[in-house]
Every structure is written in C-alpha cells, then in structure tokens.
Design a protein around this ligand. Structure first.
Ligand SMILES: C[S@@+](CC[C@H](N)C(=O)[O-])C[C@H]1O[C@@H](n2cnc3c(N)ncnc32)[C@H](O)[C@@H]1O
Length: 286
C-alpha cells in the first residue's frame, strides 16, 4: 500500500535525480494536488492510504516536473502574495520577487484610501489583483499587448471577485492613455537580454512566454519607453514601482532620472538583490 509519506519520498527522490532545484517542496505540492490533501494532512496523517487513481495522477505530475515543467504550469495555478492566481501558457508564472511591488504599494496607500493603479504588462494579473484585493476602495487598470494574457487575467479577476474594480485593456504599454490619470503605476516588464534567454533554466526558457522575458539586446528596451511614459500618465507627486533585473539598478534609475522623475531609488528583495526602482513624478509647483 502506498501512503502519503511514501508517495512524497518517492516523488522527492525522482525530482532530486532530475536535478530539480527544490525537490522537497515541489514533491509536497504535487502530492497535495494529486491526493487532494493539505500540508497539515501529510504531517499529521503520513500513513493515510493513497489510492491507485491518486498515485497515477501523481506519477503524471512527477514525470512532467522531472522534465522540468514548473509546478505552477502542471497545476495551472500559483500562490502569489495572499491570492491564488491561475497560470495559463500565455502568461509569466508570477515570481515571489514581484511581491516587493505589492508590499510597497500597500505601504504607500493605506486601507480605505481610494486610488487608481495602472499595471503595465499585467500578464496573469498577479500584481494588480494582489493590490486591489487588499484595498477595497482601489480601482485598477491592467494593460497587456497579449490578448491571451488578458483573457487569463480576466479569469483570475472574476475568480477573485475583483472584476468589478478592474479594467483590462489590450495595448502597447501606455498608448492611448491620458496624461496625469493614475495615482500609482506599477510594471514588471520583460527585462532579460535576448542572448541570455537561451542559457536560462528550462523551467523559464521553455515555459514562460518569450514576450514576457525578452527585453531586447541589453534588456532595457521596455524601460526606455516606459520611463517617460510612466511619468506622463502619473498624476503630479504620484509614485511608480518598476521591477528590474538584479544588475539593472544603475541603468534603470538613470532612465527615470533623465525622464524627470524625483526621488529615484531602488528597493531590494528578500535575497538582498536590487529588485524595484521607485520614484515620483514631480509635484506641481516644484
Ligand atoms: C514579465 S511579464 C509580467 C507579468 C505580470 N505583471 C507578473 O509580474 O507576473 C511582462 C508582461 O508584459 C507584457 N508585454 C510585453 N510587451 C508589451 C507591450 N509592448 N505592451 C504591453 N505589454 C507588454 C507581456 O505580454 C507580459 O505579460
């Protein structure tokens, strides 16, 4: 008889042999999903029987993970901040590093405050939805050039009951958006230099959409467009939060300073890597 703990151990061993980065956690997540149990069940009832059907589902999941498909793609969802986000083939699998943006916006806009947030390159909607979910008076607009990504974001917004406060628009960054219309702008644009993509882990290279990764020859294409445009669509005195690659602080800060932003600085993520460039549009009269 297979039990939860035996299934977990066997899955972990297979994933370790396949050189998966986090075999223990991934094996647990796959056991939870295949067997319909929680982490607590595995710990408190490790000898619970796993049915043949559950084992077959688990085998399929483990085989896919061993071929380096990410858990979020296998299960079609990923936890991000305090929400669960559906992740289809046309969106970036949301990363914990991007939670820095959510944390910063929530710190800047207290609960109960009404504000409108623009998310450029909304993808699955992870960042925008995590913010709006915790700020009941907030409204959001998410823009993406990919119609399929927008469909994914739309489904997530509906599942979270947030579709009444979110608008989603197909567009090329800020094209068509009016000047001075947002209280805060966030973006996690594609920022990987084109030539680097081929050397990335298969989980990223083969499963995240190219459109979500490719930042052009030096990785900075999107920021060149976004820096002046973000300042154009922000209200006077309003902040922006833009995710960057770990080695892009100097270049992206410079682009925003050149575009006229005030108070430009970079916030690190939990691994102490430069992660989010922030600043303000100059306040009126300054
Ligand atoms: C790195 S992903 C970020 C997705 C999501 N915001 C997140 O953090 O998980 C970048 C997103 O930008 C979108 N994108 C790329 N070029 C764009 C453009 N010119 N205009 C609008 N969105 C674009 C991609 O389709 C992708 O969804």
């Amino acid at each position: 008889m297979t039990t939860l703990v035996k299934a977990w151990t066997a899955a972990r061993d297979t994933l370790t042999a396949a050189e998966v980065d986090s075999p223990v956690i991934d094996a647990r997540l796959l056991v939870e999903a295949a067997c319909g149990v929680t982490r607590l069940d595995i710990v408190t009832d490790p000898h619970r029987e796993v049915s043949a059907e559950q084992q077959a589902t688990l085998d399929g999941y483990v085989e896919r993970r061993a071929r380096r498909e990410p858990v979020s793609r296998i299960l079609g969802r990923k936890g991000f901040w305090k929400i669960m986000v559906g992740v289809g083939p046309h969106v970036l699998s949301p990363r914990p590093e991007s939670e820095v943006i959510v944390e910063q916006v929530l710190a800047a806009f207290p609960e109960g405050m009404a504000f409108n947030v623009l998310d450029l390159g909304v993808g699955s909607g992870a960042i925008l939805l995590a913010i709006v979910a915790e700020r009941p008076a907030a409204k959001g607009l998410g823009v993406d050039v990919s119609e399929e990504a927008l469909a994914n974001a739309r489904e997530n917004a509906a599942n979270l009951g947030l579709d009444g406060r979110i608008a989603l628009l197909r567009g090329d960054w800020t094209t068509g958006l009016a000047d001075a219309s947002f209280d805060v702008v966030v973006s996690n644009p594609p920022y990987i230099p084109t030539a680097v993509i081929e050397g990335l882990d298969p989980e990223v290279r083969e499963h995240d959409p190219r459109l979500a990764l490719d930042g052009g020859p030096d990785g900075l294409d999107a920021y060149r467009t976004l820096a002046p445009e973000i300042l154009r669509v922000l209200k006077a005195g309003a902040p922006f939060f833009v995710e960057i690659g770990f080695d892009q602080k100097q270049a992206v800060e410079a682009l925003f300073r050149e575009a006229g932003a005030d108070g430009v600085t970079t916030i690190q993520d939990l691994s102490a890597r430069d992660r989010v460039v922030t600043g303000f549009k100059k306040a009126l009269g300054i």
